[in-house]
Design a protein around this ligand. Structure first.
Ligand SMILES: [Zn+2]
Length: 170
């Protein structure tokens, strides 16, 4: 059975033990990004290790998933593979954010314990596109999108006039 990532840990203790956490976060357990992805998405897999760099607790490893998003243009589904190199400094005091080691991103948590699934979802949020779109849609687009393309065409046609304008200025 796969291990869940919905576990709360004490970051300092984990760092001193160099604890490794592997597990999966299925769609049903998502709190932050469930509305943004399709239910046919794979579980989010994580392989993360706590350690220390200087006085800082750091979390490094990998988060991966084969997410499925809905294309905003044609409304069909589009695959969105996720592969994130995690390099976080885990802090509970915002004032320390400017002091974290080079190459690490700050991750701020509140209270004494850190929920691993929160960290994993927060990292995935950062790579999700604000608007999902196929590079090339597999189906013919509805008219509303086609007229947008027409808009781009007319913009391109403006260019020769701009060139003329510049010549006039010279
Ligand atoms: Zn599409």
């Amino acid at each position: 059975m796969t291990k869940t990532l919905q576990i709360e840990v004490d970051p300092s203790l984990c760092a001193s033990q160099e604890r490794n956490i592997t597990g999966e976060l299925p769609y049903d357990e998502l709190q932050q990004i469930q509305a943004d992805i399709d239910p046919s998405s794979s579980s989010i897999r994580a392989d993360l290790t706590f350690s220390k760099v200087g006085k800082f607790v750091v979390l490094t490893g990998r988060i991966s998933a084969d997410l499925v998003l809905q294309c905003a243009a044609c409304l069909e589904l589009t695959d969105f593979p996720v592969n994130i190199d995690v390099k976080l400094a885990i802090i509970n005091d915002e004032a320390r954010a400017s002091l974290i080691p080079d190459d690490y991103e700050p991750y701020l948590y509140e209270g004494e314990r850190l929920l691993i699934s929160d960290v994993v979802e927060a990292e995935v949020v950062l790579v999700l596109p604000s608007i999902a779109r196929h590079e090339v849609c597999p189906v013919e687009l509805p008219k509303s999108s086609a007229s947008k393309d027409y808009g781009l065409e007319t913009e391109k046609k403006k260019n020769p006039f701009e060139v003329l304008e510049k010549l006039k200025l010279n």
